[in-house]
Design a protein around this ligand. Structure first.
Ligand code: 4AD
Length: 452
């Protein structure tokens, strides 16, 4: 399989090697029917890709034509050789060029964009000198494009830099409309305008991906107004949200989950022995059983296991709390783990933004993660095609006007992407075998409790 190289890693020492890069069409300069220069941008880094008609490289004049008609900001995969240019390259960040062999359009942007990155990036001095530029309101209205400038990539990389290659973001908690499509939101008055508290960072973390941040996370308050009087629902909880561009498959997201949590569990077991002992003294529990390589089962496999155990569950419906628990026990028996991923859920039971499976739209590129038979995470690949997204939102009864800016974000060029959301209190509750989420919330907020 092909591996993608980061544009910023393209250096002279790589001359002669073949690389595959993914980035946006920044600009294109046409020389003739046989030659053109495509500048590809990735997170503010630019590399010049030379497309030349050549029998040897299997590049035809049609290929040059194809590259010429690509819309700005579209995502492309480029395969080519790293070459040292005869003259030093200007106007790019990389000093090497790519001699193109193949170009694939991964996802096209609109032909006419409401804002161009160059116009958003124009300096104030240039604008005063009469060069075209975009004013602040335009830039904020089309923030997902504005954020792609090298300047904004810089500002938010500094603000959210981490050692792990994910940028920490802080999405707004005051929203004009619901973010999960549900009705259970806390409504409030935003200076005369109806508003609500965010049910999740879902829409904005996806927009951060459209804004080229590639891999982002957030730890923050999440608000749910549902009247759930259970041992595992709060009205305010701490969500750990992750969103990332993916290259091929939603398994890339499950790989992350499957490695991250055993790492966390091991660290807790190694470093918190005294604390675990203290908890166990009042609330006895068995250490969590988990595998170094996290088990993955498909939803259909789960349904089959239940069936064999005499439990009927709808293969196109959702599991209820009881069947989830039962499946947890069956998995423990068969695979000796209390931590596993269940994926390829029926589309009908997932949120509107979930990507259907390419081979069967009744199922989706989605997953839940369980500890001791209870859900701690839900995640999925997202729909990045604005038309399909609109269709799915309508099918779920969502007023698409309220999420117009979110849907439009995907018209300005978006990469395939996905992510997940973790409930912090649930993870701690289930890791420690506790029976109530109120025990793991510092000052719990539930349908009946707003104090202390
Ligand atoms: O399953 P949920 O609602 O999924 C989302 O919010 C998606 N935006 C996530 C995504 O990226 N696709 O919530 C995610 C997790 C749940 O698995 C659960 O652990 C926790 O958040 N959670 C709650 N925790 C406490 N009280 C509640 N009312 C919760 N609702 C969800």
């Amino acid at each position: 399989g092909n591996e993608w190289t980061d544009v910023r890693e393209l250096v002279e020492a790589m001359a002669g090697t073949e690389v595959l890069i993914r980035g946006r069409v920044h600009t294109y300069r046409h020389v003739s029917s046989k030659k053109g220069f495509l500048i590809v941008r990735q997170k503010g880094c630019l590399v010049q890709c030379v497309v030349t008609e050549s029998k040897e490289n299997h590049v035809s004049v049609n290929m040059v034509k194809f590259v010429k008609q690509l819309n700005s900001e579209s995502f492309v995969d480029v395969i080519g050789y790293v070459v040292l240019p005869k003259d030093p390259v200007t106007g790019t960040t990389q000093q090497v060029e790519i001699q193109v062999r193949k170009v694939y359009c991964v996802n096209s942007a609109l032909q006419q964009l409401p804002l161009y990155v160059e116009d958003a990036a124009r300096s104030e001095a240039d604008i005063q000198a009469g060069k075209p530029g975009a004013n602040q309101d335009t830039r904020l209205n089309f923030r997902v494009i504005d954020l792609r400038t090298a300047t904004n990539q810089g500002i938010f990389s500094i603000q959210g830099w981490t050692q792990i290659g994910f940028i920490e973001i802080h999405s707004p908690k005051l929203l004009a409309g619901s973010s999960e499509g549900g009705s259970a939101v806390f409504r409030l008055d935003y200076k005369g305008q109806p508003a609500c508290l965010a049910q999740s960072p879902q829409l904005h973390k996806q927009m951060a991906i459209c804004a080229d941040f590639e891999r982002v996370f957030e730890v923050g308050a999440v608000y749910r107004a549902e009247d759930s009087f259970t041992h595992r629902h709060l009205c305010e909880f701490i969500g750990l949200d992750v969103e990332m561009a993916i290259h091929k498959h939603y398994s890339e997201i499950m790989d992350l989950v499957g490695e991250l949590f055993p790492f966390i569990f091991n660290k807790i077991n190694e470093n918190c022995q005294k604390e675990l002992e203290a908890i166990r003294k009042q609330y006895p529990f068995q250490p969590l059983k988990f595998l170094p390589k996290t088990l993955r089962l498909t939803f259909a496999e789960g349904i089959q296991m239940l069936k064999e155990a005499g439990v009927e569950a709808d293969p196109l419906g959702d599991l209820n709390t009881e069947t989830e628990r039962k499946l947890g026990l069956l998995v423990l028996e068969k695979y000796n783990t209390e931590f596993y991923i269940l994926h390829r859920y029926p589309s009908a039971v997932r949120p509107f933004y979930t990507m259907p499976c390419a081979d069967d739209p009744n199922y989706s590129n989605s997953f839940d993660v369980f500890i001791r038979g209870e859900e701690i995470i839900s995640g999925a690949q997202r729909v990045h095609d604005p038309e399909l997204l609109t269709e799915q939102a309508k099918r779920f009864g969502i007023d698409v006007e309220t999420i117009k800016m979110y849907i439009d974000s995907f018209r300005y060029g978006a990469p395939p992407h996905g992510g997940f959301g973790v409930g912090l209190e649930r993870v701690v509750m289930l890791f420690c075998g506790l029976n109530n989420i109120r025990k793991t919330s510092l000052f719990p907020r539930d349908p009946l409790r707003l104090a202390p």
